[in-house]
Design a protein. Structure first.
Length: 150
């Protein structure tokens, strides 16, 4: 008869890059590529037309790249970085989305986050919500406390 299975040190870690997390990483990767490419072209060819809008698009691209890499890594440390990146993303899309509606002259050209991401089918608005939900769902569970007297 065998005894209890030995404790596996990483058994309580649920990875962000498995299951549905692979789809999330893929969507972030697509947005990282799209936002970074778009911002690069805009910064190189039209910077003088709307510097704030194009710099914000570049920022969104960087945030998407960081989120993609950290979600794909799926380690405890990368989870923390992903959390910060996704919170920045959510704050950015809500702030820029609201400002682009309230003061359209502040954004003479669209950013990825303008009008809450209308140019991208509002995915920039819902993506950080799904990202945060996935981080919550895959959060590490606390190890059970050892029973006394055993």
């Amino acid at each position: 008869m065998t005894g209890p299975a030995p404790h596996q040190p990483n058994a309580d870690v649920r990875r962000t890059n498995s299951g549905a997390g692979r789809v999330l990483v893929a969507v972030y990767g697509i947005f990282a590529l799209a936002a970074t490419a778009r911002a690069s072209v805009q910064l190189l060819t039209k910077f003088d037309q709307a510097p704030l809008a194009y710099l914000l698009s570049a920022l969104s691209g960087v945030v998407y790249v960081v989120a993609t890499i950290t979600l794909a890594r799926g380690t405890r440390a990368s989870r923390r970085v992903a959390l910060v990146a996704i919170i920045i993303e959510l704050i950015g899309v809500i702030s820029v989305g609201t400002l682009s509606i309230v003061d359209p002259e502040a954004f003479p050209r669209a950013t990825v986050w303008s009008w809450y991401g209308i140019g991208y089918g509002f995915v920039p608005l819902v993506l950080p919500i799904f990202g945060l939900a996935w981080l919550w769902r895959t959060r590490p569970m606390a190890a059970p406390e050892p029973a006394e007297g055993r």
